[in-house]
Each structure stands twice: as C-alpha cells, then as structure tokens.
Design a protein around this ligand. Structure first.
Ligand SMILES: *Cc1c(COP(=O)(O)O)cnc(C)c1O
Length: 395
C-alpha cells in the first residue's frame, strides 16, 4: 500500500485527474510551480510571514477544562482555527494558493463557493494582492448565504450567480471549471478543500498541515506526549487532513473524521460521502461521492453549509480504506447540541461545521474513553451561523 500512495497524484485507487485535455497543461504548470515553491526557502518564509502577521498564526492549543469535565474525558484540547482572520481555517489554503498564483504571474483568481466561506477567503487574498476575483455561486446559495455575498462584494470580488442545474455548489463547481478552461492563461482556480484533480489535494493538504504541525509541537510541549485521539469535522476534508497528516506515522494516535448525517443517513438528506457514498468521479478526481443509481451526483445536505459537499477529498477515502482513520457521522440535532455545549461550557461559539466534531465527543465518548487525551480541530467560529441557530433553537 505504501508504494501505491507514493505514486504521484494517487491515493490507492483514489485521486488522479479527470479533466478536459485543455486543463492538463495548467495542472502540470501548477504542479511544477508548487514543487519548486516547496523547495524555495523564500516562498516558505513569505508564507510564514502572512500566516503570522496577516492570518494570526500560530493559533492556540487550548485545554477546555469545563468541556472535558462535562463530557467525562480526561483532557480535550481545542486547536483554535476559529481565531484566524476571516473566522476559519480556509485562509491558510487561500494564502498559500495566492502566493502560487503570483509566482505563475496569474492576475485573476476564480473560485466556487457553497456556503461562501471559501469565496470570502479567496476574495480576501485577492484584495490583499490587488488581483481580480470572480466567485461562482449557485443562485440558491446566494439567497441562503447573503452576509457572505455582501462580504465578497465589499472585498471587491464579483459574485457570479449560477442558474444551471440545482443552482448550488456542484453547479458552481462545474461553471468554475468551465471558466478555467477558457481563461487558463491568466487565471488561477483556487480550490477550497483537499479535493479536485491532482495536484490540488496535495497542495491544499500541505497548506493546511500547519494545523497539525503546530498542534504536534504544542501538545508535546504541554503534555510531553502525543494525543490518543485527533477529532475533526469533514466536509471536503481540509481541516481534518491538515490536523491528521503530520501525525500519519504516529501509529498510536487515532484519528476520527466526523461527517454530517444531516436529517439522518436513511433519509438521503445528508453529506456523509465516506459513510454512505460510493466510488465515483467528482470535481476531477476519483473518490467516494453521493450519487444516484445512474451515477448522477446527488445534492448533499447539512445544517452546516460548509459540510454539504457531495464528495470528499480522495486522501480521506484512502485513509478510510487502509483504516488509518475512522469516519463517523452526527446529525443536525446533535450538532446543535454540540454548538450549545461548547458555547456554554467554554464561552466559545463554534461554527456549525466544527459543532459536529464537538457533538461526536459526546456520542462517541464511550469509544474515546475517560482517560484519553484528545485534540479537536475547532475549524471556525459561529458568527456566520447565528441566523440559522436563532431559528433552530427558537431564541
Ligand atoms: C468550509 C468549512 C469546513 C469544511 O471544509 P473542510 O475542507 O472539510 O475542512 C469546516 N469548518 C468550517 C468552519 C468551514 O468553513
């Protein structure tokens, strides 16, 4: 197995690049530039400066004492990605990719967005470097996520409504790819999670790995040992893989990815591609996806807009296959409980996405065990979700 994972762009049977011929050159160019950048001390230093001075890294590793006590788990540490500029981990990847775009002399960024979080991160780094920025967004999502649409516009980006298909994320992805095919010379396509054709899953993972690298050092400094469990929510899987990857070879460290069971796995209204998906191609790579019996991609659903992606990064499908990580799911109602629990025990209002990971600490606490040392990735803060929360909790 370890041989297969080393094959470029493949994670066992998953990954690859399933794209129109016209994009192969752009993907190769990106791959070449990324390999060069990785070895370039100047690039690494430049990224480190933006991480530190613009985004707010390193983020804290905070021992949540009251939460630990409430759940009967020895020690739960929170990796505080919620404290970053723009409110979530997505800025790590956006900063890395914009620096790559500049190296390739591309003056225009495009991205697709569902909930708007990745669109906001992309619009932010475009403003930071004075680049043109077009964000594709389904018409439905534009209505549902109006505060983020406003943010993107304020940052100087154009939000292009997508009116085809179901007018949501998967249709926006299709439109963004189409734009890239046409404008590949001056345009960089910023993919927001560890999905898409090679080299995206690799480079997004590497940019997000700062989460796990910091957490590893921080836990060793605080506890003089590695954690028993890593827990993170999984949409496309970038915050989870960012935490997990630097611990891959620490075999005693167990990893749990938490997907959204939405209204329940049996209802079909969920976004649990790892728990309930099948092998298929989405967004240019082979992975586990939600599809109907004709192979058409289905719409994903979750109360957390950032989790309702009908696929998952190919490396997670691989981690699951080789049993390096375990994947579980929690539903909307549990996530809301997780949300309230963290707010009231620690004074931290989490994103609904991250609330899924919190919720699993409760539903899975027997499995985790009372003596365990846990690191949970708090991927984002909850400000963006307050309208939904108010409605759901009838406040
Ligand atoms: C987008 C988002 C996620 C899901 O994306 P991943 O790629 O799975 O990390 C999780 N949490 C927050 C706060 C997000 O904005």
């Amino acid at each position: 197995m370890s041989k297969i994972i080393k094959q470029t762009g493949r994670f066992g049977p998953f990954g690859g690049k399933f794209v129109p011929e016209t994009l192969i050159y752009a993907l190769e160019e990106l791959d070449k530039e990324y390999r060069k950048a990785k070895r370039d001390v100047k690039f690494r230093k430049q990224l480190a400066v933006y991480f530190r001075e613009y985004a707010g890294r390193p983020t804290g590793l905070y021992l949540a004492k009251r939460l630990s006590k409430e759940l009967g788990i020895a020690k739960i540490y929170l990796k505080r990605e919620d404290l970053l500029h723009t409110g979530a981990h997505k800025i790590n990847n956006a900063l890395g990719q914009v620096l790559l775009a500049l190296r390739m002399h591309k003056r225009r960024l495009i991205a697709e967005t569902g909930a708007g979080q990745h669109g906001v991160a992309t619009a932010t780094v475009a403003a930071l470097f004075g680049l043109k920025c077009d964000i594709y967004m389904g018409e439905e999502d534009i209505i549902r996520q109006s505060p983020n649409v406003l943010r993107m516009k304020l940052l100087g980006a154009r939000v292009i409504p997508v009116t085809s298909g179901t007018k949501t994320l998967k249709d926006a992805m299709t439109e963004a790819l189409r734009d890239w095919v046409t404008n590949v010379r001056d345009t960089h396509y910023v993919i927001g999670t560890v999905a898409g054709p090679y080299p995206y899953p690799d480079l997004v993972r590497d940019f997000q790995s700062i989460i796990g690298k910091e957490a590893r050092q921080q836990i060793l400094a605080k506890e003089k040992r590695l954690p028993d469990y890593l827990v993170a929510c999984v949409g496309g899987g970038s915050n989870a893989l960012g935490l997990f990857a630097p611990f891959f070879n620490d075999h005693a460290v167990k990893m749990i990815g938490v997907e959204a069971a939405g209204q329940g796995l049996k209802t079909g209204k969920h976004s649990a591609s790892l728990s309930a998906g099948s092998m298929g191609v989405l967004h240019g790579s082979m992975s586990l996806v939600l599809e109907d019996k004709f192979g058409q991609i289905k719409n994903a659903y979750s109360i957390a807009a950032g989790l309702d992606y009908p696929g998952v990064g190919p490396e997670h499908a691989y981690y699951r296959q080789i049993k390096r990580a375990q994947y579980v799911s929690v539903n909307d109602r549990q996530a809301l409980e997780g949300f309230s629990l963290l707010s009231k025990t620690e004074g931290i209002i989490p994103a609904l996405e991250s609330s899924h990971a919190i919720a699993y600490l409760k539903s899975g606490r027997k499995i985790i065990g009372k003596n365990s040392l846990v690191i949970l990735c708090l991927s984002g803060r909850g400000d963006k979700d307050l309208d939904i929360i108010a409605k759901e909790l009838k406040i």
